[in-house]
Design a protein around this ligand. Structure first.
Ligand code: NZQ
Ligand code: ZN
Length: 385
């Protein structure tokens, strides 16, 4: 297979402590800004004050209350406000949930009639999105510079990804000092999510892509070293390294032109829709079992991963691959994330309901070889059981 891709990552990254003060220079003075935020962490950690100071000369309307795993109905209430206030620019401030909501909103607000969710799934004849920007306070998803929004619609029992290149934010401010107020659980989640993003673009088929594979290995090495340190050290280095690695893990670069396997994510989204699991925890629970289930496809890259990232010495590919999965599982455990259903008190997974979610979402078959159907999903969940 030869390599072919188009890659455009137009989001300007402003990285470092104090970069929120640059905000006004990124949004034209004439713009009418909608500041979108979540449950109030930005009120408590000073980020909101810094933004309002930076935007003192702008017309700003605020909409708070975007939930983790953002709800379609909530984003639609923000769309009504955006139209009423003739908003011209959406600024999302928070983690992946708020930034996903901001990007979805930027696409949905200009949609005049019909159901925005259905219109966006259809993907045709959509109006231009409003421009958006992101201020990231939780490194995890890469949402701040990628084209995807993951939105839940509880009324339909669904959690789905929406991808639109035009929805990539114009700029993203990554100030690692905003992470100081993060609870430990969110630090754990962020690191584990970023690790799985790299792995889903890297552990597929052994194609010719030494740049993408080498960069994936560098990102994994950073996350495996600095993720655990972030939990115990109050250091700028740990915050900076994790924040930058998590952004690079899902901005499109390491996935350009290579086969990808988003099956852990699609099964994980179903588990969150059905059981409310944190996004990262749904992934750690599925991924090791999915890798074992798909061993024949993945053995070559798993063995390479084991040797290059974990220093596994086994000459036999299968033995190296088994060890690579075991090391990954150990890492998830070190980050306090579940690797089996029994690790989550009270959780009872129904494989049928997960399969139903995947079918309704039109996501089956999954995997880089499109060979993960309903039977394989059931087997993976049974192994996780
Ligand atoms: O809502 P607030 O009050 O801000 O609190 C949040 C939330 O309760 C809190 N938080 C964020 N920054 C904080 C903070 N608390 C204290 N100090 C800070 N600096 O953290 C909690 C979780 O936030 P959330 O945004 O939900 O977490 P995350 O960034 O992990 O985002 C998860 C969402 O992103 C989606 C997931 O499915 C999930 O819905 N994803 C988006 C992707 C994308 N756009 O490409 C890819 C990912 O794979 C993922 O699916
Ligand atoms: Zn993720």
């Amino acid at each position: 297979m030869t390599m072919t891709f188009t890659l455009e990552t137009p989001t300007r990254i402003l990285f470092g402590e104090g970069m929120i003060d640059e905000l006004a220079s990124q949004i034209g003075p004439e713009e009418r800004v909608l500041l979108l935020y979540g449950g109030g962490s930005i009120m408590r950690n000073g980020v909101h004050d810094r933004i309002r100071q930076a935007l003192a000369g702008h017309v700003v309307t605020e909409f708070g209350g975007i939930e983790p795993n953002p709800e379609y109905e909530t984003v639609m209430r923000a769309a009504v406000l955006a139209r009423e206030e003739k908003v011209t620019f959406i600024l999302g401030v928070g983690g992946g949930s708020v930034i996903d909501a901001a990007k979805f909103l930027s696409c949905a607000a200009p949609i005049g009639g019909g159901d925005a969710w259905d219109r966006m799934l259809g993907g045709r004849d959509l109006p231009e999105p409003l421009p958006s920007g992101a201020i990231l306070t939780l490194p995890a998803t890469g949402s701040e510079s990628n084209p995807v929004s993951v939105i839940s619609r509880t009324a339909r029992g669904l959690k789905l990804p929406f991808k639109r290149e035009a929805a990539r934010p114009r700029f993203a401010i990554l100030d690692p000092s905003t992470m100081k107020s993060l609870p430990r659980r969110q630090l754990e989640n962020g690191v584990v999510d970023a690790v799985t993003h790299v792995l889903e673009q890297y552990l597929t088929l052994p194609v010719n892509a030494p740049v993408q594979h080498g960069y994936s290995e560098a990102l994994l090495a950073v996350l495996f070293e600095w993720g655990p340190r972030l939990l115990v050290e109050d250091s700028d280095e740990a915050r900076e390294n994790v924040m930058w690695a998590a952004n690079q893990a899902l901005n499109g670069l390491i996935g350009a032109g290579v086969p990808q396997d988003w099956s852990t994510h699609m099964i994980g989204h179903a588990l969150t829709a059905l059981h409310g699991l944190d996004h990262a925890r749904s992934l750690s629970l599925v991924m090791p079992h999915l890798m074992r289930n798909r061993m024949p496809n993945k053995v070559a890259m798993l063995a390479r991963y084991g040797r290059r990232v974990w220093g596994v010495a086994e000459a036999d590919d299968r033995a190296a691959a088994d060890l690579a999965i075991a090391r990954t599982e150990d890492f998830f455990r070190r980050m306090n994330c579940p690797v089996a259903v029994r690790d989550v008190p009270g959780l009872a997974v129904s494989p049928d309901k997960v399969v139903q979610h995947l079918e309704e979402a039109g996501q089956l078959p999954l995997g880089e070889n499109a060979d993960i159907g309903a039977a394989e999903v059931r087997a993976i969940l049974k192994a996780a059981g």
